[in-house]
Design a protein around this ligand. Sequence first.
Ligand SMILES: Cc1ncc(COP(=O)(O)O)c(C=O)c1O
Ligand SMILES: NCC(=O)CCC(=O)O
Length: 456
Amino acid sequence: MTTSETSTTNASTTNDQYFVRAKASIPGGVNSPVRAYGSVGGTPRFLVSANGPYVTDAEGREYVDLVASWGPAILGHAHPTVVSAVQEAAARGLSFGASTPGETELAELVRSRVSVGDQAPIEKIRMVSTGTEATMTAIRLARGYTGRDLLVKFAGHYHGHSDSLLAEAGSGLATLALPGSAGITAETAAQTIVLPYNDLDAVRKAFDENSERIAAVIVEAAAANMGVLAPDPGFNKALSEITTQQGALLIVDEVLTGFRVGPAGWWGLEASGAVPGGIGWKPDLVTFGKVIGGGMPLAALGGRAEIMDYLAPLGPVYQAGTLSGNPVAVAAGIATLQLADASVYARIDEVAALVARETSAALSREGVAHSVQNAGSLFSFSFTHGAPRDYDDVRAQEAFRYPPFFHAMLDAGVNLPPSVFEAWFLTAAHDDRAVGRILEALPGAARAAAAAVAPV
Ligand SMILES: Cc1ncc(COP(=O)(O)O)c(C=O)c1O
Ligand SMILES: NCC(=O)CCC(=O)O
């Protein structure tokens, strides 16, 4: 165990004490609801440092981390090369509010990475600061480009917290069992059509009923915010065909999957045939976040030049940002993508498969009904009796088994996402020691899940 002290923390202050203090000044004590332990109960760990596969809390306790900052830390935390790149960029200036050479370098890197054979869907790319901004801009762009107003999204998919996209969203809304958010006007809500995932008939019907009104279909490349649910083979390709026929755009949200499940994201896995059913299609627009910024606030949207050039200053769709393309964030993104080579993805695939397999085995040994779902190296568990295909299936699970499972893992020094609806994130820094600690914790956690009693 390590003890960490900084100017803002004191090793004698407990997580409980920090939480009490935080709640007095910050709503719920958190700056994002997913951190609040809302569905698992207990006190969130206040983290003071992170290194490789580990995070350390304010009490000096070290945990093997399976959250990885909700995805970005693909190389593990605080990779020395990325930290150096950030330090060097910071020393040159934190923000200029002007174009920088690094932005173009990162744009070129993304364009060349997200290509398979002669297929290269990212012809142009615009950088923003969060995934929310990326999807919000993508739908505005789709509306501006097509001149249409309606939007199709899928139940359980999460695309950030802009007004149009919170209806039946996954992630924290699934965790807190919220159907949507207050504060969104009825007019805005009425412009989003929410359909069941993996249901192409529902998509065709929506287009039949709203002829020439749907601007775009937005879909997570592989759903990972209601637990992980890979699309049925061919689902994304069929969406591409339907939207093309109907004069609408297909926005593929790779904020979570992009540069994490493979060098060219989930689309790259489909386009290369690494997962079935997806050869020969291209998204119109793609959104990125998380890994693209290497742990710094950076996200992006990209796609066909003809569409992207509808953005200001060339086109009529406005989008802007004081910190867009921030030089320090860009430096972290470039360093991260340069390091994320085939060996990184091979290691993550290997450890993810191992941890998923062993967790499933531990649950089976205790007779706990569950399904393990994966999309490449992203995976999660649901306490269901069969394999779920959509949000209704996932919501019907025995979710009460997760809190005791989560806390047993935490007590044993493993930091899992504090919700059954979130993916588990491995990194290339998860070495045998870190994985060994996860495996040691599993039998006790599986027993705790087995002993869980349904609420009356
Ligand atoms: C698929 C997807 N899209 C969009 C977002 C929003 O990104 P951000 O949290 O950076 O706003 C997230 C995650 O939060 C996500 O998983
Ligand atoms: N998978 C869900 C997220 O990544 C959300 C993170 C956040 O809102 O803090």
